[in-house]
Design a protein around this ligand. Structure first.
Ligand code: PLP
Length: 405
């Protein structure tokens, strides 16, 4: 029987009067698609991250794919991804006609393993997509060094002008979880060539749907120029956006390529602007508080393995709290989630490894080749973390887990 206790969802968005007022103001302005609020949101994200150029789009998936297309990733190319991530990381590679090459992850922090990346690099490798799992930055020092390594650089075979200019493998970080996270005193978004944030409804900072491409490419790339290219690419290759076309008499435009349609709208940017303003000093503080409470409760019992979210060099964005339970099977984990659900508490699992999903299984990927990803998955339970979660509710989650493990 479901419990009569009030429902604790997994991660509802924070929607209050401030968000509603800003969305209303946008509607009243009559400018609802890409316009001044998107430009402002891009500027503020760039300031927060500490870089020059950010391009907003309508999802992180679209942002990742746009960058793969910009770099000219195509059939015959390989892109290295972790086996343990959300399907978007690999799906965008498939869209481009390239092959996602999956590698196993670390047992301690769930992130992509750098030695495994090194073993997977071939002459066909064009891009590596590391994922900052749960909000913890990957080992970017090692990863950046790896792509500059002379032996690995020699293997790189450019097929486009952009690839020739870079002269090495591109690191395109899937930072969907990690806005606000820190590595060696720098924010994610400024840690490698390109990083993409997600503002999907369940993410730390939401705009309902949305994504941001953080451009941090080395010289001689002209970031202002690339910003313009990506803007155009995200709007059908049209040389003028809707805003500049509204200027009187300025109607004529051209189309320079068969572009995509993934621009962010001002209604979404309105939500994002409010979220960003109070992100660092309010949202992140609250999330860290919840993480600390869980860790305090679960680290004192041998049966639990608490996640890494702070080290000497790293600080997470506290996106997902991935608790692991020692010596249990996948089936036993599922039973625990079911039992806790009867207490009206919603838990989750991050993630089902890609090789276990039908599409990838049917395309020849085998979970037996990724034993660490499987073990992480089989024993993992993600706990509720969201702004409005009270201390009392956190206690209820802890008690329920203790009761059923
Ligand atoms: C959510 C998520 C994405 C996709 O983000 P969207 O904005 O929904 O496209 C990509 N990668 C990871 C790891 C995610 O969790």
């Amino acid at each position: 029987m479901p419990s009569s206790l009030s429902y604790i969802p997994f991660s509802p968005p924070r929607i209050d009067d401030k968000i509603i007022a800003e969305v209303t103001a946008t509607l009243q302005s009559r400018w609802i698609t890409t316009g001044p609020r998107v430009k402002e949101f891009e500027k503020r994200i760039a300031q927060y991250v500490g870089i020059e150029k950010v391009v907003c789009v309508n999802s992180a998936s679209a942002g990742l794919e746009l960058m793969l297309r910009w770099f000219g990733v195509q059939e015959g190319d390989e892109v290295i991804v972790p086996a343990y991530t959300y399907c978007a990381t690999a799906n965008v590679v498939v869209h481009c006609g390239a092959k996602p090459v999956m590698v196993d992850v670390n047992a301690d922090d769930f992130n992509i393993n750098i030695q495994n990346i090194e073993k997977a690099i071939t002459e066909k490798t064009k891009v590596i997509i590391p994922v900052d799992f749960a909000g913890l930055p990957c080992d970017y020092d090692e990863l950046n060094q790896l792509v500059y390594n002379e032996k690995i650089r020699c293997k790189f075979t450019p097929r486009t002008l952009e690839q020739e200019t870079l002269g090495r493998i591109l690191i395109l970080s899937d930072s969907a979880h990690s806005i606000g996270a820190i590595y060696n005193y720098k924010h994610t978004g400024a840690l490698t060539d390109v990083s993409v944030f997600s503002f999907h409804a369940v993410k730390n900072l939401t705009s309902a749907e949305g994504g941001a491409i953080c451009l941090n490419l080395p010289t001689p790339f002209n970031l202002e120029e690339i910003y313009k290219q990506l803007r155009t690419k995200s709007l059908h290759g049209q040389t003028k956006d809707a805003l500049s076309k509204t200027q009187i008499g300025n109607w004529r435009y051209d189309v320079c390529e068969a572009g995509y349609k993934c621009n962010m709208t001002d209604i979404l940017a309105a939500i994002g602007l409010v979220e960003l303003e109070r992100y660092e000093n309010d949202m992140l503080v609250k999330r860290k508080h919840i993480f600390d409470k869980y860790t305090e409760a679960f680290s004192k019992d041998e049966r639990f393995e608490v996640p890494v979210y702070e080290t000497d060099t790293k600080q997470s964005s506290y996106h997902v709290y991935p608790l692991r339970i020692k010596n249990i099977t996948e089936k036993e984990r599922d039973v625990i989630i079911q039992q806790v659900a009867m207490q009206n508490i919603s838990l989750n699992v991050h993630f089902i490894p890609l090789p276990m999903l039908s599409f990838y299984k049917n395309n020849g990927y085998d979970i037996q080749d990724f034993p660490v990803a499987y073990d992480n998955y089989a024993r993992e339970i993600s706990l509720p973390v969201y702004y409005d979660l009270t201390d009392e509710q956190v206690e209820r989650v802890i008690e329920a887990i203790y009761n059923f493990v």
